[in-house]
Design a protein around this ligand. Structure first.
Ligand code: GLN
Length: 541
């Protein structure tokens, strides 16, 4: 058995250079060469997890099978690689300190002074090796969030340095993603990169590979200059240039520059043949697609690109599966509230998606959007909150329960069609926590959801607190609303479907977390498919 191998990915100059996608793309390439890869994200913030963080601040919260609420980069790993992702794959400063302090309280440091080095750094190394030292794993890619030079990342970089020192340069390598900015006049500047590498060197890490973000491909002389100043092999100065198409082309761009081969060589591993057919297929379909489905995304964090990251990506995957592109039309739900005729806002779209969310702002607008989609026969996919909105709309407009609402937004409403389980059945020790992670649902045979999945038992991830109230379930069903999915004990509604509508589905879970470009989630595949059909029907009708 060979040594376990580790790749640390750090970032330089500034944040938001796409470190997560870069790390995930390397993971994808190594998998294409047959290696068993694991991904770990380190977030230097003090929060224990991302669960309490606002999407305004930090983008989407990604949920794993075991119910960890993590950074959205885990979503990138899930889309690019086959690495299993659990609570173990997401490490934060908050967790590490919490674990060390817990041990200290238990007296496990035997009276010693507990310090950043070695106690915090040891714990960081343990957390990384807990993932990477599993028998089946070949290579673990550890992405260190933030930028080199941040105070918060110092202990993590120090842990990386120690791992390189302890396990050797042939087993642990450093990949540094950096920016080559363009100044007025068009010239590309290498100075910030030189400085950033200097900062890494000060910590004691010599990067092995540089991924240089720049508007266009770097010329040979510039790469030579960077190599010379940073002490990195010329071949290993890789050009991570901006692309027009999709992020799913990035593995191919890196592969053309031999990133995977160079990394394997530096890790002292054989270089088996690469099979990139799946990634080539995704890119080709994206580039050559003739049709475009216009999907309205109606939510309240619409202005922020990353708030519904996994939903955006899953739609794109649904497009690939239907050999088409998806154009997202982001509509702030409050615009429906202000519109004279809310249906007008949906005039040029082929489908409507209302994603998850918390808090009352913009809910009424979502209800109006759902109403318009139901009445106009526009395909609709409601995810979590988007499903609850469907139920509220149906109760208000079909059952005539004007004051129907969720107790999350209107605790005193007369008809709480969405409520906490404890309010429904008076168990006091049930609520207060969110339902998180993977669980099983049963789909009703013959309904559209069942058709989309092609099976009856499904496993999906959850992140919600409120439920469709069982007190209104029978009444809703009598009025036509189809309960398309339930928990195995039938206690909770997991999915609903509009009657007499081309395709209106709401699910209490989050299908977007399980979608991949190479294997679109069945629900997104079906949704984009019917949206294209709707488009064709409208244009010929
Ligand atoms: N706010 C709703 C709940 O807690 C929906 C959550 C979500 O959309 N993720 O049930």
């Amino acid at each position: 058995m060979h040594m376990k191998k580790y790749v640390f990915v750090s970032g330089g100059v500034c944040s938001s250079l796409g470190k997560g996608v870069a790390a995930a793309s390397l993971g994808a390439l190594l998998e294409c060469r047959g290696f068993n890869v694991r991904m770990v994200k380190i977030d230097p913030y003090i929060n224990v997890d991302a669960g309490t963080m606002s999407p305004y601040q930090h983008g989407e919260v990604y949920v794993t099978d075991d119910g960890a609420e993590t950074d959205l980069d885990l979503g990138n790993y899930a889309r690019f690689t086959a690495s299993p992702l659990t609570r173990a794959n997401s490490v934060t400063t908050g967790q590490v300190y919490q674990e060390v302090i817990q041990r200290e309280r238990e007296g496990r440091y035997l009276g010693r002074t507990v310090q950043v080095i070695p106690h915090i750094t040891d714990r960081i190394k343990q957390r990384i090796r807990m993932v990477g030292d599993q028998p089946e794993v070949d290579i673990t890619i550890v992405e260190i969030g933030g930028t080199v030079g941040d105070i918060e990342s110092v202990p993590f970089l120090e842990a990386a340095r120690q791992m390189i020192h302890e396990m050797g340069h042939r087993n642990v390598i450093s990949v540094h993603l950096t920016l080559i900015p363009q100044v007025a006049g068009g010239e590309l500047k290498t100075k910030p990169t030189q400085h950033s590498v200097k900062e890494l060197l000060e910590i004691g890490i010599q990067p092995d590979i540089l991924l240089c973000r720049a508007p266009y491909k770097l010329e040979e002389d510039l790469r030579r200059k960077i190599a010379l100043f940073t002490n990195v092999e010329y071949e290993a100065v890789i050009s991570a240039y901006n692309i027009e198409s999709t992020i799913y082309e990035i593995p191919l761009i890196y592969h053309q520059q031999k990133l995977d081969e160079i990394a394997l060589r530096k890790l002292d591993l054989e270089v088996p043949k690469a099979d990139l057919a799946e990634w080539q297929h995704v890119t080709t379909v994206y580039r050559t697609a003739q049709r475009t489905a216009r999907i309205a995304l109606v939510g309240k964090y619409i202005d922020l690109n990353d708030s519904y990251k996994s939903v955006d990506e899953a739609l794109l995957h649904g497009g690939i599966a239907s050999e088409s592109r998806v154009e997202l039309v982001r509509i702030d739900s409050e615009r429906f509230e202000k519109a004279d005729d809310p249906a007008e806002l949906l005039r040029d779209v082929d489908g409507v998606l209302v994603p998850g969310g918390f808090g009352s702002r913009g809910i009424h607008g979502m209800v109006l959007a759902a109403h318009a989609a139901r009445r106009q026969g526009v395909p609709y996919l409601g995810i979590c909150l988007g499903m609850q909105v469907m139920v509220i709309e149906y109760a208000r407009n079909v059952l005539g329960l004007e004051d129907a609402d969720s107790t999350e937004f209107a605790p005193e409403c007369r008809h709480p069609v969405i409520s906490l389980l404890e309010e429904q059945i008076d168990v006091k020790n049930y609520g207060g926590t969110m339902r998180l992670g993977l669980s099983e649902s049963l789909l009703r045979e013959g309904c559209k959801l069942h058709e989309a999945y092609g099976k009856q038992v499904i496993q999906e991830r959850h992140r919600h607190r409120y439920e469709v109230s069982n007190a209104y379930r029978a009444q809703m069903q009598e009025a036509g609303l189809i309960v398309a999915g339930v928990t195995p004990d039938e206690a909770l509604v997991e999915a609903v479907q509009w009657p007499d509508h081309p395709w209106g589905i709401g699910v209490q879970y989050h299908p977007e977390f399980l979608s991949k470009p190479t294997r679109a989630h069945p629900l997104f595949r079906a949704f984009v498919g019917v949206s294209l059909k709707h488009q064709a029907a409208v244009s010929t009708g």
